[in-house]
Design a protein around this ligand. Structure first.
Ligand code: ADP
Ligand code: MG
Ligand code: ZN
Length: 483
């Protein structure tokens, strides 16, 4: 086959690390609060002192099970921690307590919207979810030109969520990460705050000729911490690997890093230099026997998950799948929608305002719905005013701006700012007469057959009224007047 005519497709598998929503660490009572002064949240256990013994935080297991259920995994009846041995200055014990051959949960899936999949939905399979402790952090940016180690993060609980290599584009990878992040938040397992590093991801990428079923050799880009970087790192890796294959070379299995400044990935270590972690069962912790009754109790406590919510929204509010996906992207947004619809029943109109004006404002400022001043009842009251003809759709945009920033009663805002729609005929006729009198050329043009000028007159009247004239009435009165 001619090498140049071969088309390649990406194959992507992701490993996500999510910090659990627990106030204390996984094997000791130290706090997990973000941003504390270096080494202020440490004790002999997380410092790795000799002779200390870890005690497992039960809540971490409960949150891991929650996430396992939310992703349709089988929860292991019997799981075990393992030591992963390696040396690094931020790892005082010389090993990380993780899980290896007996993880907490296995064989789940996450549903994503994908254009390439039939019916626009795709199930991305999960290999496993396991619990582990985070390492500390090396600091190289001090004024003293020295390196320091902050161990506040050592022993912070993580869920590692490993996907099968089921993703076939950067877009799908990002859709998967967003869906997984939403599940973590819905399940209350993690706040998945990317800025704090509570949700980060290792990106495994390979490419193969379209139609080929065996996988190509992967590279692994470590610790990518934003959706945009994931997208860029995947695109870059595909390009780099394709250039190698087209020249007849072989892709090396290696660990790489995303360099945002230069917009490329750089090699960290190759497979030959890879660690042999010498995993073995953690002797200081007993294996976990997970009670079926406990699993069922947790299952019963789980709130409605986004996929179910989406289905319910489509059925009971008769809104399109696209709307339902966006409206259920966070529990807060979904609640806002439902509360608004309870007060103003046209769900599609509510959805349009939330997806359009409200989300645009929120996204622009990088805010969540919880941070906005507007309340669902206020949006509903404004929509009723549009329906009653008290304000035009255009004026509503102005009212919405005020509500978004300050909240308040839309009727009062309209009154105070004099925004009510002008429907009074005598006032409108007066405006129309003024407009016709001051545009004699256009008036003559209209009379000689240029009927398109009607739009010009409507526009002028609207302008004169400061956008408040009722456009339907203006139109009708103008036609009457112009014969
Ligand atoms: P490791 O710890 O060595 O990275 P894991 O098995 O924990 O190995 O994780 C491997 C990740 O890489 C999984 O997400 C898997 O889906 C993905 N993966 C494995 N093989 C390939 C491949 N050929 N191309 C792309 N991704 C792959
Ligand atoms: Mg890996
Ligand atoms: Zn501690």
């Amino acid at each position: 086959m001619n090498k140049l005519s071969v088309k390649y497709e990406p194959v992507i598998g992701l490993e996500v690390h999510a910090q659990t929503l627990t106030r204390s660490k996984i094997f000791c009572g130290c706090a997990t609060e973000f941003g504390a002064p270096p080494n202020s949240q440490v004790c002999p256990i997380c410092l790795g002192m000799p002779g200390v013994l870890p005690v497992l935080n039960r809540q971490v297991v409960a949150l891991g099970i929650r996430m396992g259920i939310a992703t349709h995994c089988t929860i292991a009846p019997y799981a075990r921690f393992a030591r992963k041995n390696y040396f690094y200055p931020d790892l005082p014990k010389g090993y990380q307590v993780s899980m290896f051959e007996l993880p907490l949960a296995e064989h789940g899936y996450v549903e994503i919207a994908s254009e390439s999949a039939p019916e626009g939905e795709k199930k991305v399979r999960l290999t496993r979810i396991h619990m582990e402790e985070d390492a500390g952090k090396n600091l190289h940016d001090g004024a003293d030109d020295a390196s320091h180690v902050d161990l506040n993060r050592a022993g912070v609980p993580l869920l590692e969520i490993v996907s099968e290599p089921d993703l076939c584009s950067a877009d799908e990878a990002v859709a998967y990460l967003k869906a997984l992040r939403a599940l973590l938040i819905y399940a209350g397992a993690s706040d998945a705050d990317m800025e704090k590093g509570n949700f980060r991801c290792d990106v495994n990428v390979s490419i193969r000729p379209v139609g080929e079923s065996t996988l190509g050799t992967r590279s692994e880009v470590k610790n990518v911490n934003s959706f945009r970087y994931v997208q860029k790192a995947i695109d870059y890796e595909c390009m780099r690997q394709e250039a190698i294959l087209r020249e007849g070379g072989t892709v090396l299995q290696e660990t790489r890093l995303w360099d945002e400044k230069r917009g490329l990935t750089v090699s960290m270590r190759s497979k030959e230099e890879a660690h042999d972690y010498r995993y073995f069962p953690e002797p200081d912790l007993v294996p976990l026997k997970i009670d079926a009754a406990w699993i069922e109790k947790i299952r019963a406590e789980l709130p409605e998950m986004p996929a179910e919510k989406k289905k319910r929204f489509m059925e009971s509010y008769q809104i399109p799948a696209y709307d339902a996906t966006i409206l259920t992207s966070t529990a807060g947004l979904a609640d806002f929608f439902e509360t608004t619809v309870a007060a103003y029943a046209n769900a599609k109109i509510v959805s349009n305002w939330i997806m359009g004006d409200l989300l645009r404002e929120l996204n622009q400022e990088g805010k969540d719905i919880e941070d906005a001043a507007i309340r669902p009842e206020q949006l509903a009251a404004m929509l009723k005013m549009i329906e009653a003809g008290t304000i035009s759709g255009k004026i509503a945009k102005t009212v919405f701006e005020v509500l978004y920033r300050e909240g308040g009663n839309p009727e009062q805002i309209v009154k105070e700012k004099g925004l009510a729609q002008m429907s009074d005929e005598s006032a409108l006729v007066k405006l129309i007469d003024e407009v016709l009198a001051s545009n004699p050329a256009e008036l003559a043009g209209y009379r000689s057959g240029k009927k398109k000028l009607l739009g010009f007159f409507v526009g002028q009247v609207m302008k004169q009224s400061g956008g408040k004239a009722n456009p339907g009435k203006v139109n009708a009165l103008l036609i009457e007047k112009l014969g």
